[in-house]
Design a protein around this ligand. Structure first.
Ligand SMILES: Nc1ncnc2c1ncn2[C@@H]1O[C@H](COP(=O)(O)OP(=O)(O)OP(=O)(O)O)[C@@H](O)[C@H]1O
Length: 836
């Protein structure tokens, strides 16, 4: 059966309307109405009645039998199955006014009479087998003005003059009804149309949606009415396509329950708020949405916002939604934590680039080794701030508290500058614009940030910075060039943690719930990304947590070595433990497992022993951090010798900074070598000049006479031979380096330069003019380290180990050196004493 017939082609409907046999009724073959016919092959010339005849018929608008003959098509079995009949009639665009003759064609199943002037369709009452009726573009004013054909399925009465719907209960088979372009003001009479799947009432005068309850509609078109509100549609469970374009709708409320909706057209309405999209957010099958010509289009990024709210859309405003758009939308409105962190990092880098570039104290210790930091991470009020303070107190030689900025106001007992720098939102934002932060986060409506200055202050002291932060802060910090140690403090007892939060009396119930739920984020990231945190410490009991933390820190610093020597013996005496710890398949797994499961077991001596021993075996004599530290000190010494301070190139643009440093380094190296050669020759000459010629050879073979002054001394005598001449204990670099800061030896510098692995050089405070004094001093026959009379600040002082530590870098703003926290390095054996 033909679905549609073009009115202008209706004279030759055979090829278009599915008559496979190519038969049609001959106009010259009269037959009784509905009478069976024998199929005849169509012959050219017979198919059309004479034009004159047709014109005369069209003029008076009465459909005649001859014309009917020419309009019949689709020969087939009658509904009874007993005879062959023409089942369809198509007479479009003939200006017909009277089609009463069709009362005789009782077997018709499809009747197409569009583009005529028909006012009366009562003939349809005589077509009990009619399935499809198309009477669009006529002058009908009587709604369904005929007796219901029992099986009528599709009716098109669009473009007529009907204004009132009547009860269609009798049309129970009706599945498709088109009533567009009439004058209906209200939908009614459809309640019993239990098969109605497609209904179109476009361009009528409807002002509200009604009369559709419980209809099995799959497609509903109410375009071009005056509807203001989506209502009475809750029961249209089966609706898949909805066209409400060109109405006056302001809200999408009312569509929430239509779970099968796949396409909504709301073009040309009054929707002005993007949030309206949230009403259809949960429709699982929604793929197409048209919001063109709505006020909402004026909002910037409205498309991204809608794409974000309705992420299942494949087409928005008749334009395909791309994957890129979806990603951008999510990144804009609900960015994943990684994106937040990356953006935060990017923002601070960009703002910082806008500022004059300087070499920061926190980058100076070495270009290779990042500034040492310890980050205590964990959910709010897990006690990490107290732990950080305590740690900095106990290990004050190593750590200082990095005070962050916050926009929240201080709680009772908190001190500005101690716990946080409390600033206003404006000040905080200004600091952001000035590129002062390394990372920031927004937490519980407040902003927190670690400023560069907080870090620099600690770096200037030569200490490692200890900070505490939330997971978001850790994520951001991980994007920077800093490589802190991250210790996760995690509450394992949620009840206790919630109680602790409640006890503080500072947080609302929602805040407490949120804080408790954030534990999962920490657990998740620790489980999914082994190694994300270097250590995980349960913090249910603050005292226990601190004990574990300080233990961990000691291990980092290598301080455990000295203290745990006896412990080691007892532990290593346990052969079983030792065996286990040596076996990477068992002991090693314990350590890894502890990390992976997120709980370290500091009370597990075997794993600790195994770990430290393994580290001791695997770690080379010097770690990269130590080497970096030594290189830096050598460089500082050279700078000091040359009377240079870093201030000369601190204003260099960032990108030339490292290149410039390398060139300077090479130049220094070269000049220093020349200078040392010169000094050495001077020294030789001076000695040769005071030594008898016969003893000259033996004198030359001796160690340099100043060697004794190079041996580190303590107040009680020579220093521990396990320390090198700079007091740097190989086993515990962090501790010894700090205590020996300021020691220096020219010979050692020369030695180090020649061998490349010589003793370390500590920076020497030599102002520029000291060089002249040094030259004068040596030209008078003294060695550089020979004592010189004191003068007012222009004296070259060779500090011995054991003198009080120097807190400032030689030259301008040098600082004592704290190497990056050694990576758990522990050696059981002390380095072999240096030969005298
Ligand atoms: N710069 C920062 N980056 C990321 N997180 C930060 C930063 N500064 C502070 N925080 C974290 O913000 C959260 C809220 O800070 P607040 O001072 O209100 O909590 P707290 O009660 O002191 O928590 P805690 O005792 O665990 O430190 C804390 O978890 C804190 O560690």
């Amino acid at each position: 059966m033909s679905a549609a017939v073009s009115p202008r082609l209706s004279h030759t409907p055979l090829s278009l309307d599915g008559n496979p046999l190519g038969y049609r009724a001959s106009a010259s073959t009269p037959r009784s109405p509905g009478a069976p016919v024998s199929p005849e092959p169509e012959s050219a010339g017979v198919s059309s009645a004479s034009e004159e005849e047709e014109n005369s018929m069209e003029e008076d608008g009465i459909l005649t039998e001859e014309e009917v003959s020419s309009c019949l098509y689709n020969l087939g079995l009658s509904a009874t199955g007993l005879e062959y009949l023409y089942l369809c009639l198509s007479a479009p665009g003939r200006n017909l006014t009277d089609v009463s003759i069709l009362c005789n064609y009782v077997h018709l199943q499809k009747l197409e009479l569009p583009y005529n002037k028909i006012k009366d369709l009562s003939c349809v009452s005589h077509m009990p087998y009619l399935l499809v009726l198309d009477a669009s573009h006529n002058e009908l004013s009587d709604f369904f003005g005929f007796q219901p054909p029992k099986n009528l399925k599709e009716v098109n009465l669009s473009y007529n003059h009907m204004s009132e719907m009547k009860d269609l209960t009798a049309f129970s088979s009706l599945s498709k009804l088109n009533l567009d372009h009439n004058s209906f003001r209200e939908i009614r009479g459809l309640e019993k149309c239990s098969s109605l799947a497609h209904l179109s009432l476009a361009h009528n005068r409807l002002s509200r949606i009604s009369g559709l309850a419980n209809l099995p509609l799959r497609e509903l078109c109410l375009r071009g009415n005056q509807i203001r509100k989506i209502e009475n549609m809750e029961t249209l469970w089966t609706l898949q396509t909805l066209d409400l374009s060109s109405n006056r709708i302001q809200s999408l409320s009312g569509l929430q329950n239509l779970h099968l909706l796949g396409s909504i057209n709301l073009e040309n309405n009054q929707i002005s708020d993007i949030k309206e999209a949230s009403h259809i957010h949960d429709l699982p099958l929604l793929r197409e949405l048209n919001l063109q010509k709505n006020p909402v289009q004026d909002q910037t990024d409205h498309r991204l916002a809608v794409v974000f709210l309705l992420q299942r859309l494949t087409s928005l405003d008749q334009q395909g939604v791309t994957a890129e758009e979806k990603v951008s939308a999510v990144n804009k409105y609900d960015p994943p934590p990684e994106v937040v962190a990356a953006r935060d990092h990017m923002m601070h880098v960009v703002y910082q680039l806008g500022q004059p570039q300087v070499i920061f104290d926190s980058t100076l210790p070495s270009l290779d080794a990042p500034y040492p930091m310890l980050v205590l991470a964990g959910p709010q009020a897990c006690g990490k701030r107290e732990l950080a303070h305590r740690l900095c107190q106990e290990f004050s030689d190593f750590f200082a508290y990095g005070t962050c900025h916050t926009t929240r106001s201080p709680y009772f007992g908190e001190l500005d500058g101690c716990d946080y720098h409390y600033v206003t939102e404006e000040v905080f934002q200004d600091m952001v614009y000035m590129g002062k932060f390394i990372q920031t986060i927004q937490y519980a409506g407040h902003r927190y940030g670690l400023s560069r200055e907080a870090l620099e202050g600690v770096a200037r002291e030569g200490l490692a910075c200890c900070v505490h932060m939330e997971l978001e802060g850790v994520r951001s910090l991980k994007n920077t060039y800093f490589e802190p140690r991250y210790v996760l403090l995690i509450p394992t007892d949620r009840e206790e943690y919630a109680r602790r939060l409640r006890r503080r009396g500072l947080y609302s119930r929602a805040q407490i719930d949120s804080a408790v739920s954030r534990i999962d984020a920490y657990v998740h990231i620790n489980r999914e990304h082994p190694g994300y945190f270097d250590n995980v410490i349960p913090c249910d009991n603050p005292a226990e947590a601190y004990k574990t933390l300080s233990q961990v820190v000691r291990e980092y610093l290598g301080l455990e070595e000295q203290r745990g020597a006896t412990t080691d013996n007892t532990v290593t005496g346990d052969s079983q433990n030792e065996e286990r710890s040596r076996d990477p398949a068992t002991g090693g797994a314990v350590g890894l497992h502890a990390r992976a499961t997120g709980v370290t077991e500091p009370s597990e001596p075997s794993s600790r022993t195994y770990h430290s021993k393994l580290q001791a075996r695997l770690t080379p004599q010097k770690s990269s951090a130590e080497i970096a530290s030594m290189q830096r000190r050598r460089q500082l010494a050279r700078e000091a010798l040359m009377g240079r301070s870093p201030g000369a190139y601190t204003q260099l643009p960032n990108r030339y900074r490292y290149l410039h440093l390398i060139h300077l380094y090479q130049l220094h190296l070269y000049l220093l070598q020349l200078y040392l050669l010169y000094l050495y020759l001077l020294q030789l000459f001076s000695r040769v000049s005071v030594t008898a010629p016969g003893s000259m050879g033996s004198q030359l073979q001796q160690d340099p006479p100043s060697m004794s002054s190079m041996i580190p001394m303590t107040s009680d005598g020579p220093a521990d031979p396990s320390e090198d001449s700079f007091g740097e204990s190989r086993a515990g670099s962090g501790l010894s380096l700090r205590s020996s800061a300021g020691a220096f030896s020219l010979q050692d510098t020369a030695e180090g330069l020649e061998t490349g692995v010589g003793p370390d050089v500590e920076p020497l405070d030599i102002p520029g003019q000291d060089l002249d004094s040094l030259r004068d001093h040596m030209s008078s026959g003294h060695t550089p380290d020979a004592p010189r009379p004191p003068s007012s600040g222009n004296v070259l002082e060779v500090r011995r180990i054991g003198s009080e530590p120097v807190s400032a870098r030689p030259g301008s703003n040098a600082k004592p050196i704290l190497p990056p926290i050694p990576s758990g390095r522990k050696t059981t054996e002390h380095p072999a004493p240096k030969p005298d």
